[in-house]
Design a protein around this ligand. Structure first.
Ligand SMILES: NC(=O)c1ccc[n+]([C@@H]2O[C@H](COP(=O)([O-])OP(=O)(O)OC[C@H]3O[C@@H](n4cnc5c(N)ncnc54)[C@H](OP(=O)(O)O)[C@@H]3O)[C@@H](O)[C@H]2O)c1
Length: 324
């Protein structure tokens, strides 16, 4: 790949490092970097051969050379930077969860539409080739009708109430951090958006959702159950069941393999596509293609639907972040 666009990165933490490394691996180059702590931006620029460093984050938005802003700060800082980027005519690829709630996201989507810009969430599931290949098998009708899905995601995070996972000041909690993956997967396989949602939640001392069980039904009576935890490891496993078969996917946020078991005779079929280590390359490529084609093919409607679910759940839990 050669760079078709000038990408600017905002933030230089864990995921921003992955992004810059992947961009370099693809033979491309990040154009510029901004970060709250300037010294870290300088070190980051050196590491990834980035030519431009801004002393002030706001300088990034008014740089005429920037085409796309990749936002990699904590979730509660996303909306401010998304709006600034869009207002200045930049396309935006923003880390998950794209915003804190639907009100914020609706504002961002309206502005992107008004300005004719591509806005997308950096959701690996929407970009891994495995899911595109699975969609073809599903659309062929071979599996029958979708019935239900069971999806888990659990990490063990130390009870350090100051880290971002449990810290309400940094939009902590399992739902926005890992639930967004499980719910995005569910949304991809369910034929319509969710109509009925019930849940149970356990809070950490800080008030962040530490653990939850969520059940979902849509207007076609298709169902899903999702189990999340931030203080108990769970396998990242998805089982997606149809009339004639079920699909199993391990490590589904970045997966390159799924196994379909056909239930009439229990024979299995392995579906393989893409490479785990290229997850961010697919996001970069798809984003550039969406811009080139002038059409948002980044599954933004799924992002909107998932944000609606997460907003409803937190309303049910009476859980609000300081910004809300
Ligand atoms: N897609 C994925 O696979 C994936 C994986 C991990 C994370 N993420 C998402 O990416 C985002 C960042 O996560 P991370 O793990 O990379 O975080 P991280 O390592 O803690 O890095 C956070 C970055 O944001 C900056 N930052 C923190 N608070 C800020 C504030 N109040 N204003 C402006 N900048 C601020 C930090 O700047 P300083 O250098 O000044 O501290 C740092 O550059 C989160 O939304 C997360 O959910 C996605």
């Amino acid at each position: 790949m050669s760079n078709k666009f000038n990408w600017a990165i905002l933030g230089c933490g864990n995921i921003a490092n992955d992004f810059a490394r992947e961009m370099n691996k693809m033979g491309g180059k990040v154009y510029s970097i901004a970060n709250r702590t300037y010294e870290k931006a300088v070190a980051f620029a050196e590491k990834y051969s980035i030519e431009k460093i801004y002393e002030n984050i706001n300088d990034l938005f008014v740089d005429d050379n920037v085409d796309i802003v990749y936002i990699a700060t904590p979730h509660n800082k996303h909306i401010e930077y998304i709006l600034k980027a869009l207002e200045n005519g930049k396309h935006v690829l923003c880390e998950k969860a794209i915003t804190l709630n639907s009100d914020e996201l609706n504002k961002a989507v309206a502005l992107a539409n008004e300005k004719n810009l591509i806005l997308a969430e950096a959701m690996t599931i929407y970009n891994m080739p495995l899911y595109t290949k699975l969609e073809k098998t599903i659309n062929s009708g071979a599996l029958g009708e979708f019935r239900l899905a069971q999806v888990n995601f659990g990490s063990f995070k130390e009870y350090d109430m100051t880290n971002r996972f449990f810290n309400m000041e940094l939009a902590g909690g399992a739902l926005l951090d890992i639930g967004v993956y499980a719910l995005s997967l569910v949304r991809m396989f369910m034929e319509t958006e969710n109509a009925e949602i019930h849940s149970q939640v356990r809070f950490a001392e800080t008030g962040a959702d530490e653990q939850s069980s969520i059940i979902i039904k849509n207007d076609k009576e298709q169902m899903a159950s999702v189990t999340l935890s931030l203080h108990a490891k769970q396998p990242k496993r998805a089982t997606i069941c149809y009339d004639n078969a079920y699909i199993e996917i391990f490590e589904y946020p970045r997966a390159d393999k799924a196994v379909i078991t056909y239930t009439n005779d229990n024979h299995t079929e392995e579906i393989v596509a893409g490479k785990l280590e290229d997850a961010m390359c697919y996001e970069i490529e798809n984003m550039e293609n969406a811009i080139l084609n002038g059409k948002n093919t980044m599954r933004l409607q799924y992002t909107i639907d998932v944000m609606n679910v997460m907003t409803k759940l937190r309303n049910d839990w009476n859980m609000k972040y300081p910004e809300e």
